[in-house]
Structures are given as structure tokens and as C-alpha cells.
Design a binder for this molecule. Structure first.
Ligand code: PPS
Length: 316
């Protein structure tokens, strides 16, 4: 029997581009209104033991990690990444409630496999379910909105990035695609109700599951500091048994410059192209915030990181 999602969805305001939004509580998760329809199918989605999932708060290094995981599991066919878009190698299961994101393209793919399929049932969820081979699934929804059994079924990688750089990356993205201002993005990021929910809610939902053997948590800053060490940890977790030489190849293939230069990395949809790669650095927000906002964010981080765990990376 299908489980009910233990959240409430309240109709919220309209935002340009995404239209009507809903506020999902707890978590203060603002999502396109279409989420109401897909909440239950996502919550009940049937994972398989060889699936690999990537769950992240947006702007944490999702694209980078997605490419790493894919390259590690396709070590002898990495060149495919130069012509095959990442969105075609992964299933972005949130896509069905973002109606404009290449839905027609996915619908065509779905119709070829299943002529009777209906658009309103969500092309991506259907395509994911129909996939016969190993599935690479990614989502920005926090763990409390995912199938509660997902970790018992398959491996999940979760990436965390320092909230200040995360917020600044969000700003650079939405400034490019929607002319959003820094104060607006700042206030939304620190508010309780924000797209994909409060940063700390998202992170703490993953952190409390950190001892599950099927969950691998990575920090963007650690990846930047020593990518080979992180690839080795991932190699263990994924069971990919790659040699040092092969891991070096993965590191090279997924370097910031190589990924940025790859014309097929990010789908050219909804004006997103060119908004995914800003600097790809730790501390990219340094000196960018007015001192008053900078101090507010420091205090906010200190208070909330300690609530996640006094030993949490950003707590001191
Ligand atoms: S999204 O839109 O949520 O999927 O964005 P996400 O991919 O999670 O995060 C985007 C930021 O990750 C940076 N990025 C990288 N950093 C280092 N190395 C590599 N290879 C890499 N690829 C992407 C990207 O540049 C965004 O960070 P900023 O600071 O905005 O540059």
C-alpha cells in the first residue's frame, strides 16, 4: 500500500517563471505547486539495489558529484559525457513538478517506450521506473520527502557545501537567469521558507542518517582540498575498485575547467546555460557580502550548525 507523505502542503504565492508555489511543512520547503501531485509518487518510488542516488541541497556541488559518480561507474566510456548530457545520464526525479524543464523532450522519449503514457503522470518518474539498466537518480528534495526506505534499498551520496558559498552560488545563478538581487536571495536563504527548504533542515535530515552504511556524505570543501582522497573514499563506498590511475582520470575529467568547457554538461533549457559554473571555489562569497549581512550570516551559521551537531564542520 502507498504511504502518505507526512507533510502539509499549503498554497503559497506565485513567483515569476515557476508560477504557483506550495509551502511544504515541516522544512519550510517552497516548491512549484505541481509538487502536491508528485509528493506521494516520489515518497513511494520503488528503488532497486543497484540504483545510485545523489541527494543534495541545490548549489552544493551536485553537478560535479554527479559527473564524478557517473565517470567512476563508466570508467571505460567516460567520453560519452562529451556528447550525452548529464540530464540524460541521470534521472532528475524532481523534474516532473518543474513543468518547463525539457518536459517535451522527456515525453517523446517516454512515448517511444510506452505509447499510452500520460504526461500528467510525470514523464521522468515513468521513464525512471521503465529503465531496465542501472539507474542514476538525483534529487534536491530532503530525506524526509524521499522514500523512507531508500537507504535500505540502495546507495545514496549526499553533498554538503558551506552555506555562505552555497547562498552566493544561488545568487549568481538566479541573478543570471532571473535578475535576482543579492539582498533578496540573502533574505530568502536565511528565512524559514525558501526553495527546497531551509538549508539546516535539509542538512540535518541527512546528518541524522550519517551512520547508515548506504549513505555517503561528502563536503564540497574536502573535495576541493583533496579530490583524490575523496575519490578514494567514494571508490570504497561505491565498490568500483578503480586503480589510482583510473581515479586520476576521473579527477581530470571532472575538473572545474573540463566540466565548464564541456558543451553538453548542462541542458540548454530555460536560460540555464552558463549559470551553473561561476567560480567553483571555496570562499567564493568572500568579500561579496556587505559587512552587516556577512555578520548576520556568521551568527546564523554558528547557531544552526551547532544545532545539527556541535561537532558539525561549520559549527566553529
Ligand atoms: S545545482 O543548480 O543545484 O545543480 O548546482 P550544483 O551543481 O549543486 O552547484 C553548482 C556549484 O558547483 C560548482 N561546480 C564545481 N566546482 C568545482 N569543480 C567542479 N568540477 C564543479 N562543477 C560545478 C559550480 O561552479 C557552482 O558553484 P559556483 O560557486 O556558483 O561556481
Amino acid at each position: 500500500m502507498e504511504r502518505e507523505v507526512p507533510v502539509s502542503c499549503i498554497d503559497a504565492y506565485e513567483v515569476p517563471r515557476y508560477g504557483k508555489m506550495v509551502l511544504v511543512q515541516p522544512g519550510g520547503v517552497l516548491l512549484p505547486a505541481g509538487y502536491k501531485k508528485f509528493a506521494k509518487p516520489i515518497y513511494n518510488f520503488k528503488y532497486r539495489s543497484d540504483d545510485i542516488c545523489l541527494f543534495t541541497y541545490p548549489k552544493s556541488g551536485t553537478t560535479w558529484t554527479a559527473e564524478i559518480v557517473w565517470a567512476m561507474t563508466h570508467i571505460n566510456e567516460m567520453q560519452r559525457a562529451l556528447t550525452e548530457n548529464l540530464n540524460h545520464r541521470y534521472f532528475f526525479i524532481d523534474n516532473d513538478f518543474f513543468h518547463d524543464l525539457a518536459e517535451e523532450e522527456y515525453m517523446e522519449k517516454l512515448k517511444a517506450k510506452c505509447p499510452d503514457a500520460k504526461q500528467e503522470d510525470g514523464p521522468i518518474l515513468q521513464l525512471t521506473a521503465l529503465e531496465k539498466g542501472r539507474r542514476f537518480i538525483w534529487s534536491h528534495l530532503s530525506f524526509d520527502l524521499q522514500n523512507p526506505d531508500v537507504l535500505d534499498k540502495c546507495k545514496v551520496v549526499y553533498v554538503i557545501r558551506h552555506p555562505k558559498d552555497n547562498m552566493f552560488s544561488r545568487y549568481m545563478h538566479f541573478n543570471k537567469v532571473a535578475n535576482a538581487s543579492l539582498p533578496i536571495i540573502f533574505e530568502t536563504f536565511l528565512s524559514d521558507n525558501t526553495p527546497y527548504g531551509n538549508y539546516w533542515h535539509h542538512v540535518s535530515e541527512a546528518w541524522k542518517r550519517r551512520d547508515h552504511p548506504n549513505l555517503h556524505i561528502m563536503f564540497y570543501e574536502d573535495m576541493k582540498a583533496d579530490i583524490m582522497a575523496e575519490l578514494k573514499r567514494l571508490n570504497e563506498f561505491l565498490g568500483t575498485s578503480l586503480t589510482e590511475e583510473q581515479l586520476k582520470k576521473v579527477a581530470e575529467h571532472t575538473s572545474f575547467n573540463n566540466m565548464k568547457a564541456n558543451p553538453s554538461m548542462v541542458l540548454d533549457i530555460a536560460g540555464f546555460k552558463g549559470s551553473f559554473f561561476y567560480k567553483g571555489q571555496v570562499g567564493s562569497s568572500k568579500g561579496q557580502l556587505p559587512p552587516e549581512l556577512d555578520a548576520r550570516m556568521d551568527a546564523w551559521i554558528k547557531e544552526n550548525a551547532a544545532k545539527v551537531d556541535p561537532a558539525f564542520k561549520y559549527a566553529s
